[in-house]
Design a protein around this ligand. Structure first.
Ligand SMILES: Cc1cc2nc3c(=O)[nH]c(=O)nc-3n(C[C@H](O)[C@H](O)[C@H](O)COP(=O)(O)O)c2cc1C
Length: 351
């Protein structure tokens, strides 16, 4: 996680001057649809733990600002509910559920199709469960077992408790259809945990290619040969990502492998980027290196935690203002011109 942000900091951009005054155009066409800025909310399971109703808050902000919101498989709101709130800007992320011969996976894709989801993202970088010492230390388990530690944590936060009382807690909402409807939240989380883990094979990715008529993206690509393989089975885009550093602790910083992936498939597929983006300047950095847009995870969670229902709007605003300001400082008019920025990036990995 730290390496992602440090490596981004080391990417230098050379400004050019002498242009007339202008306001940069930061709109971007992604997979045939116009979005207002090159930033998307990354898929994150259970934002409702950070602020009750987190997914709905993200969806409303995405609709209002016209930026993509990627609903996670492990979300606390259904695809049907989120596409109601953000009919043109919802993307859906799918984890492989090693059960029932992928029946549940294909049914989720069907639901995404019938509700008008724009982009389907298959996450590849969770082949095995990771040991996360901080989560263990903070007793964050699935299913969650509230105890004295929870009480100590929530008592000083009456606003959060009020929001919980109003909204309730509703994780793994998309799984409900596949279980006994009377399962308690605890049992549903247990059901979800039993079905998590494992990654899609290339053969399976191509089966999803057949099942999903819209734009298909794979997330978690770090090696240019995997990027080429993804293109060969028909994906439209990749997210160059190390899961924000939450999976393989020893993985390289995502930004350091981005140039090699751009070199390998940049002409054939849309390259998205995530892991470590913390500012509009970071977004411009990765666009200068050839990404079309960036996804952002933790900053949106931090926004939710700090500001509740206003949190997502706030983070969207700071990104759009900072992207625009960074482009103006560097001297580019629009997203396409970001490709021409002179860059120093000495740590780029050579394959
Ligand atoms: C709390 C949390 C939950 C996440 N859950 C998912 C998930 O359900 N599916 C997924 O593909 N990625 C998930 N991710 C990874 C994000 O999509 C993204 O790759 C990562 O957060 C990007 O790094 P950043 O947090 O530095 O922006 C999660 C990340 C966080 C922080």
């Amino acid at each position: 996680m730290a390496r992602n942000a440090e490596a981004l900091d080391l990417v230098e951009l050379l400004p050019r001057y002498g242009l007339e005054n202008y306001k940069p155009n930061i709109e971007i066409n992604l997979f045939g649809r116009l979005y207002s800025a090159p930033i998307a909310i990354a898929p994150m399971g259970m934002p409702g733990m950070v602020w009750p109703g987190g997914e709905e808050i993200f969806a409303k902000a995405s609709h209002k600002a016209r930026i993509p919101f990627t609903l996670s498989t492990a979300a606390g709101a259904t695809i049907e509910r989120i596409t109601e709130l953000a009919p043109d800007t919802t993307w859906f992320q799918l984890y492989r559920m090693p059960h029932n011969n992928l029946e549940m996976n294909f049914d989720l894709v069907k639901r995404a199709k019938s509700t008008g989801v724009h982009v389907l993202i298959l996450t590849l970088d969770v082949p095995a469960r990771t040991k996360r010492p901080r989560e263990l230390r903070n007793q964050l388990t699935i299913p969650y077992k509230p105890g004295l530690h929870t009480l100590i944590d929530v008592l000083p936060h009456p606003g959060w408790m009020l929001a919980l009382a109003r909204h309730g807690h509703n994780s793994f909402a998309n799984y409900k259809k596949y279980t006994n409807k009377k399962l308690s939240g605890y049992e549903l989380a247990k059901f979800a945990r039993q079905r998590s883990g494992g990654t899609f094979s290339w053969k399976e990715v191509s089966q999803f290619r057949d099942a999903w008529p819209g734009p298909l993206v794979v997330k978690g690509i770090l090696h240019p040969n995997d990027a080429e393989k993804a293109v060969s089975v028909g994906v439209d885009g990749v997210v160059v990502s190390n899961h924000g550093g939450r999976q393989l602790e020893g993985a390289p910083a995502t930004v350091d492998v981005l140039p090699a992936v751009v070199n390998a498939i940049g002409k054939e597929a849309t390259i998205l980027f995530d892991s470590g983006i913390r500012s509009g300047l970071d977004v411009v950095r990765v666009m200068a290196l050839g990404a079309k847009a960036a996804l952002s995870g933790r900053p949106f969670m931090y926004g939710l935690g700090a500001l509740g229902v206003q949190g997502a709007d706030h983070v969207v605003n700071y990104y759009t203002e900072e992207i625009s300001a960074a482009m103006r400082q560097i001297g580019v008019h629009n997203i396409q011109e970001c490709n021409n920025i002179v860059i120093r990036h000495e740590n780029a990995l050579k394959f």
